[in-house]
Design a binder for this molecule. Structure first.
Ligand code: 4AZ
Length: 439
């Protein structure tokens, strides 16, 4: 009797045990399931919050302060001078030091741009635009307080290269339109359509074969010089709101300003902006046999409004010298093979400067390169400007400010080994440009 009872008992307890076990795992499963649901809901709320609530927005401020340990120099008044460039870069680096480190988490500080360096009896006055990104829900007053506090703290605890007078510091919130107007007073600056600074260009391709420009506003000084009825003939570079620089040889066949138009934008059709030509000034000494002094100025009948898509390039100081093998960029609507068709989309190529000595070698251009010319490309060929790029820009990036160092002029065919592109050396013509335009 005992035995079956024992068996029954044991059997019963095993079933009970299995049932408990089952219940235990059911509750674990339920807990995991609930946790997973909670986690998914949490992540979803997080994502929604990130895009809806934490949507970052740009905030712009105009800061002004006195610096007492430097003396004003005449050339600080000339924005394209080497003195202005060097001093403003030092100031911009200092602004990064002040703001970058003190913001916890992602850096809220984007960039600063010096607008003006003016004389003051105790040194100089600095006017600088500051750009930040904050959640769109933040108030300008709140951000202003944070910026002011960070600035004052830095003056106390940081070893800064310039002595800033604390009581002179003022900070004013400005809207994006005002910011753009202030920045537009500077040359050689590239912005994305959302007013963010454009990253450095990296194309290593040639215009022949190369890549289309990535973004609108990447080369905002690039223009297309067109003959009415015959379309694109040459490139040109915007140097003020009415003047462009191009090559003299573009006008070999037609010098009648009424028959030319200028367009801007990354495509020839449709253009972003279109203007008539008022005046064409060809260098008096242009020689179509030697290609010497291949430079011309074009004035539009009405000014263009600077924007993210249309912007002037800086003219380099006549003293600026680029070392051989310096990276420079050439852009244009020119053909991608010798004697090929014009391209509707703007193209770009990174090339390197080549010394005149090397370029004048017997196996290269055998003494044809004069002091007003500049060679750029690669000795092995492959990357080059080509037909239709003529008159267009060769630009150099000095700490996010772009300078026009060359004008596409000539070359033996395109992208051949030991036959690099030859450009008009813009620094040689700085005084000529000033004498004709006042720029
Ligand atoms: C041209 O005919 C031309 N490879 C422009 C540039 C170069 C050659 C020819 C440079 O307009």
């Amino acid at each position: 009797m005992y035995a079956p009872l024992e068996f029954e008992d044991a059997h019963y307890s095993q079933i009970e045990y299995q049932r408990k076990q089952q219940q235990y795992w059911d509750s674990i499963r339920l807990a995991i399931f609930t946790l997973a649901i909670v986690a998914i809901i949490g992540i979803a709320i997080g994502i929604v919050a990130h895009f809806v609530v934490e949507d970052d927005k740009s905030f712009y401020f105009l800061a002004s302060y006195k610096v007492t340990n430097i003396k004003y120099r005449e050339n600080y008044g000339i924005r394209t001078s080497r003195e202005f460039a060097e001093r403003s870069h030092q100031i911009e680096r200092m602004m990064s030091r002040i703001f970058r480190r003190d913001f916890p988490g992602s850096s809220r500080f984007i960039k600063s741009h010096v607008i003006k360096i003016s004389p003051d009896e105790h040194g100089v006055n600095i006017l600088v635009v500051l750009m930040f990104r904050y959640p769109s829900t933040s108030s300008t007053a709140q951000i202003k307080k944070i910026i002011e506090n960070t600035f004052y703290q830095s003056l106390k605890i940081k070893q800064l290269p310039l002595t800033i007078s604390k009581p002179s510091f003022t900070l004013t919130s400005i809207d994006s339109k005002k910011m753009r107007n202030l920045l537009n007073s500077r040359c050689g600056i590239r912005m994305t359509p959302s007013n963010m600074p454009l990253p450095a260009s990296s194309s290593t391709q040639r215009i022949v074969q190369g890549r289309q420009t990535a973004m609108e506003g990447e080369w905002p000084w690039q223009a297309s010089l067109q003959l009415i009825g015959a379309g694109h003939q040459c490139g040109a570079s915007l140097i003020s709101n009415t003047w462009l620089l191009t090559a003299a040889h573009c006008f070999r066949r037609n010098k009648n300003s009424h028959q030319w138009i200028i367009t801007f934008g990354t495509t020839i059709i449709p253009p972003a902006v279109k203007r008539n030509v008022g005046k064409i000034i060809i260098h008096e000494k242009y020689d179509n046999k030697t290609n010497e002094h291949d430079i011309a100025l074009v004035q539009m009948t009405s000014r263009v409004e600077f924007s993210n898509v249309v912007q002037r390039v800086c003219l380099p100081d006549s003293s600026i010298k680029l070392r051989p093998k310096t990276s420079v960029f050439v852009t244009g609507f020119g053909s991608i093979v010798d004697d090929g068709p014009i391209q509707n989309n703007l193209r770009q190529a990174r090339v390197e400067t080549i010394s005149t000595d090397v370029c004048n070698r017997k196996d290269v251009y055998d003494g044809m390169i004069t002091s007003g010319m500049l060679c750029a490309g690669f000795m092995e060929g492959k990357v080059d400007a080509c037909k239709g790029d003529s008159g267009g820009p060769l630009v150099y990036d000095n700490r996010d400010i772009w300078y026009l160092v060359g004008i596409v002029s000539w070359g033996q065919s395109c992208a051949l080994p030991k036959k690099p592109g030859v450009y008009t050396r813009v620094t040689q013509y700085r005084a000529w440009i000033a004498s004709k335009t006042g720029i």
